[in-house]
Ligand binder design. Structure first.
Ligand code: NAD
Length: 433
């Protein structure tokens, strides 16, 4: 098996879990491969007249528990094996968190930063037209992931609505129906309160609950976060609010390490927005800049170096396959909160287990996103609007229920938390039998 291939990683995890439980071989066989893989060819005329082509994918892994559900990723390193793995993890996550969805994922192999906004919009709309026959509120419901956001979701809704109209569907209200084709929409376009914060907030609920069970206190714990997009920012923000000491943050270009503690994560975001990157965002009072680096005793770090800093908790919140057999032995943290999907390879898992590192697995840690995606879809379908307070309360209930189930399974099977999360998810498939 090729090392560090996310799809092989996913299949290995499934096979390992199957050794713990007496899984129906038919269910095992269903989960071993995606139900359907859609690959599309996407030619785009750029603003300067040049024509470039991209590849797009939607992998519909499993619909046993409901319509396929999972994000869309626009990134230069998107491959079919990555999307297959991500779709499998969605199947597991949705079962674990208890939402009535199967698993799916999609993406385009593109660096969206190389496109103008009109180019990105044209490409997204073409991708939507190519997928329109296969997606829908009761078929497959995409959402944002790396480099996709609420605005991109609203283009998809608009294009999908045009598709429905072109099909002369008998729907009473095409607009309302079209809205539920994706989640993670802007509030003005049928989005839910709290969806933007949901993944990071959900991760903070999981971590706070686990450290309580480990009899640790937030104020004694230092945290390093790799990735400062939607997920990385909100998890850092909520953990800091809860008293954890955030000492390091990085994005793709680099990061900052302040051993005495980064004072205000919100301020770092504002600095990143104004500079375009977070390097040099060393802050004192209300101003930030490179010149404060020495005063705050800060250090520039790479995203790779961040993972091996002498901290209590490391949070990968960017891409998959970043903790491998090459760096696992160097990790000094005692807890890893996997906010990214698939950040740790099975080889690295073995090393971390030997080092007694508590790895809080992705399918639990980042499940808050899909939980609130479900709430958004539910509100769309039932024409309801919930307040942010209501959404956060429901999110907390769902997350804590799943965390409790994983914790108890871990004890029952003497398994790692990852294996326990998979066992808990897979047992839900048996339940439906
Ligand atoms: P995003 O596009 O908002 O942010 C991605 C961040 O990762 C950016 O800060 C980027 O600079 C950084 N990054 C990219 N390449 C990097 C590299 N090589 N090294 C270090 N940093 C790098 O994406 P997001 O929505 O925050 O998603 C982050 C992770 O969380 C992904 O693995 C995604 O699948 C997972 N996730 C997201 C959601 C969600 O609701 N958005 C839900 C569940 C899981």
């Amino acid at each position: 098996m090729a090392k560090n291939n996310p799809w092989h990683q996913a299949k290995e995890q499934l096979a390992k879990t199957a050794t713990y439980i007496d899984m129906d071989p038919l269910i095992h066989a269903y989960l071993t491969e995606p139900e359907r893989i859609i690959q599309v060819h996407l030619p785009l005329r750029k603003d300067n007249g040049e024509v470039v082509t991209f590849k797009g994918y939607r992998v519909q892994h499993n619909s046993y528990k409901g319509p396929y559900k999972g994000g869309l990723r626009f990134h230069p390193e998107v491959t079919i094996d990555e999307v297959k793995a991500l779709s499998f993890w969605m199947t597991m996550k949705n079962a674990l968190i208890g939402v009535p969805f199967g698993g799916g994922k999609g993406g385009i192999t593109i660096d969206p930063k190389t496109l103008s906004e009109p180019e990105l919009e044209r490409l997204t709309r073409l991708f939507t037209r190519r997928l329109a026959h296969a997606i829908g509120p009761d078929k497959d419901i995409p959402a944002p992931d790396v480099n996709t956001n609420a605005k991109i979701m609203s283009w998809i809704v608009d294009e999908y609505e045009k598709y429905l109209k072109s099909q002369k569907s008998n729907l009473k209200n095409t607009k309302d129906y079209a809205q539920a084709v994706v989640t993670g929409k802007p509030l003005s376009h049928g989005g839910s309160e709290g969806r933007t914060e949901a993944t990071g907030l959900g991760g903070s609920y999981v971590l706070i609950d686990i450290i309580r069970r480990l009899r640790l206190s937030p104020k004694d714990l230092t945290v390093a976060v790799q990735g400062f997009g939607n997920v990385g920012y909100y998890v850092a923000y909520y953990l800091q609010k809860h008293g954890f000491k955030v000492v390091a943050i990085s994005d793709s270009k680099g990061g900052i390490y302040v051993p005495s503690g980064i004072k205000n994560v919100e301020q770092i975001l504002a600095c990143k927005k104004s500079n375009g990157h977070l390097q040099d965002c060393y802050c004192i009072g209300s101003t930030c800049g490179k010149h404060y680096k020495e005063k705050v005793q800060g250090k520039d770090i790479t995203p790779e170096k961040l993972l091996t800093l002498p901290v209590d908790i490391v949070i990968p919140a960017a891409l998959n396959t970043v903790i491998t057999e090459k760096n696992a032995a160097d990790i000094k943290a005692k807890i890893i909160l996997e906010m990214a999907n698939g950040p740790t390879t099975p080889e690295a898992d073995k090393i971390l287990e030997q080092k007694h590192v508590t790895v809080i697995p992705d399918i639990l840690a980042n499940a808050g996103g899909v939980a609130v995606s479900y709430f958004e879809w539910y509100q769309n379908i039932h024409h309801e609007t919930w307040s942010k307070k209501e959404v956060f309360e429901k999110l907390k209930t769902k997350i804590l229920k799943a965390t409790d189930a994983v914790w108890k399974t871990q004890k029952e099977y003497h398994a790692s938390m990852r294996d326990a999360a998979y066992i808990t998810a897979l047992k839900k498939f048996e339940e439906k039998n």
